[in-house]
Write a protein that binds this ligand. Sequence first.
Ligand code: TYD
Length: 182
Amino acid sequence: MSFILRGLLSGGRAVYRARAPCLHYGSVAPDICERTLVAVKPDGVQRRLVGEIIKRFEKRGFKLVGMKLLQAPEGILSEHYHDLQKKPFYPALIHYMASGPVVAMVWEGHNVVKSSRLMVGETDSSQAKPGTVRGDFSVHISRNVIHASDSVEVAEKEIGLWFHRAELVSWETNDHIDLYQV
Ligand code: TYD
């Protein structure tokens, strides 16, 4: 959709724009439009942690611009974990990631890539600090509940892998004045 979508949300305050990221903030603070891929892995979905995870990102102040529940195709998983193909745990990782549905999301906001990684916690759950998703809900690296992109470049690539452009929604919030001094 290349046209502007306008819709009602929260008393008619939100305006949806397809394929128009960051138009509403212009060049004042482009970094608040940084995006990252977050995915609740099959164990997280099975354990009904999707709502808890969304709540954390919303409360932090990030904006959800894409979300879907899917049974991840093997092609996406092998591309997503391409760099780990030679690791001994790779077959088990792919099997686990294909074992049930995943909730893939795109979150937007200032420094969202780095902040998400801090919210997610260490890869090895036994090292993840309390207060992080993995530190609160996971005990082992092989079932660590959640994925978050580890750099801006990787985020861009992963978002392109998991989402079609038309599945991402650029929309204005009225709370950015409370979240950012721009
Ligand atoms: P990695 O990309 O290194 O970590 P992260 O998810 O924190 O970016 O690894 C991808 C996933 O592979 C990781 O979330 C869990 C799994 N994994 C294992 O099962 N065993 C391991 O020893 C490692 C390093 C990762």
